[in-house]
Design a protein around this ligand. Structure first.
Ligand code: GUN
Ligand code: ZN
Length: 438
């Protein structure tokens, strides 16, 4: 195995080895053209961007920078975690029943600690370390109600040069008092944070009404207003994670025609809206997400951990009209920071639905698909020239079971399937952020 030895200060590097990446969704009619695979490829990086990607024999003449050679590995675009809670970094595996019990016993008490800037700062550092050691270079993250929690995270990700979209949580009911804020306060603080952070380097802002049960109609209006006043800011929330939550939303919003209609009524759907879970959406609601360009995020380890239900992946990915879909760890209800583990769980959920997730489609969702969900497909999720040089180097022999599985692989599909079902943080050999190896 070649070990990286040197790197020019401006991030000039050539990352060489077997590589694959996506131009498009591989399940489209011309799927074969959607995936690029080079058995001996190279990605040339300069000034944080991909300069060229292709076969080593064709590009070697252009290589005037240090070469990091990984002949026994697999190079691809850095992963995109489309739904994660950074304040929940320290509470993975907290014992509880379903969602409400878990929120009350683990998530809310931990989030109350983020009024302390030092706690927020140190957790942000651990969170970034965990993302990067898992090959995740872009994320859409919840912070807490406290503006300090947003500043702590985005200061940390900016210092590391990472792509991050994050925001303050908005809640004004049905949660502990210290985590609530009134609509006026939520508007002022969210607006100030959006002005400070949106478009600052590689940072984006998301307005985050936590979920309909914790937001009054006035608070949802605040979210819509902040989005309207700051073009490009995302809306990030949860939807239809559990049947109890869906029933509660029916009671809280009796004039609305279902959960999705609550968000639609308040102008919180459409392109730029990213909704996690969607386990219990009706087929009409799923179709409406497709029609409006509302992105959904599948969070399988979380759904299995909390027993929330099995996301209807076959309908969501119906090639006739696929919903815009990303994959999320949903840490801390999700049980791993690893997008490989998340892919393995997505496979299990698909099987329990009587379906199979094509591994190529799975890795697309974990990279370019997630980038589409976040409106960042021109920037990340791909090794195409012009994209930001966020790269992960996977080790398909990282553990003995994985090595044996890799040995038997006859195709890229076999190799990726093994990485998804047996891989985790140990299978991430190296991560590059904007051309810099971490
Ligand atoms: N719904 C509202 N808040 C949360 C949260 O923190 N985690 C999950 N999984 N679902 C939620
Ligand atoms: Zn969540």
């Amino acid at each position: 195995m070649g070990q990286p030895c040197q790197q020019a200060p401006n991030g000039e590097v050539a990352v060489r080895g077997p590589l694959f990446w996506f131009r498009d969704d591989p399940s489209h009619a011309d799927g074969a053209a959607a995936v690029v695979y080079e058995s001996d490829g190279v990605v040339l990086c300069r000034d944080g961007h991909v300069l060229a990607t292709g076969p080593w024999p064709a590009l070697r003449g252009q290589v005037d920078m240090p070469v990091h050679h990984y002949p026994n590995h697999l190079i691809t675009a850095g992963f995109v975690d489309a739904h994660v809670h950074y304040p929940q970094t320290r509470i993975l595996g907290g014992h509880a029943g379903g969602l409400t019990d878990w929120l009350e016993r683990h998530a809310y008490p931990e989030e109350e600690r983020f009024s302390d800037l030092e706690h927020a700062r140190s957790t942000a550092g651990v969170f970034c370390d965990k993302l990067l050691s898992n090959g995740t270079t872009t994320a859409l993250a919840f912070c807490t109600q406290h503006p300090e929690s947003v500043d702590a995270l985005l200061t940390e990700t900016s210092a590391r040069g990472m792509r991050m979209v994050a925001g303050k949580v908005l809640m004004d009911r049905n949660a502990p008092e210290p985590l609530l804020d009134g609509a006026d306060h939520g508007y002022e603080v969210s607006s100030a944070l959006a002005r400070r952070w949106h478009g600052h380097g590689r940072t984006g802002y998301a307005v985050i009404p936590r979920f309909a049960p914790a937001c009054s109609p006035a608070q949802l209006e605040v979210a819509a207003t902040v989005r309207r006043e700051h073009p490009g800011v995302l809306v990030h929330s949860h939807i239809a994670e559990t049947t109890e939550e869906v029933a509660q939303v029916g009671r809280l919003f009796p004039d609305r025609d279902g959960y999705l209609d609550v968000y639609e009524h308040h102008r919180l759907t459409g392109p730029g809206t990213v909704l996690a879970h969607a386990v219990h959406l009706t087929s009409a609601e799923l179709a409406r997400c497709k029609d409006t360009g509302t992105a959904l995020v599948h969070c399988p380890t979380s759904n299995l951990f909390l027993g929330s239900g099995l996301f209807d992946l076959p309908t969501a990915l119906d090639p006739a009209q696929p919903v815009t879909l990303g994959l999320g760890t949903d840490v801390g209800a999700g049980t791993s920071f690893s997008m490989l583990t998340t892919l393995g769980a997505a496979h299990q959920v698909a099987r329990l639905r009587g379906w199979s997730l094509d591994p190529l489609r799975g890795f697309y969702l974990a990279t370019l698909g997630g980038a589409h969900a976040l409106g960042l497909a021109d920037h990340v999720g791909s090794l195409a020239p012009g994209h930001e040089a966020d790269i992960v180097v996977l080790d398909p022999a990282a553990t003995a079971p994985l090595a044996r599985c890799t040995d038997r692989a006859e195709s890229l599909t076999d190799l990726l399937f093994g990485l998804a079902v047996l891989g985790d943080e140990r299978a991430v050999h190296a991560t590059y952020v904007a051309g810099h190896q971490i």
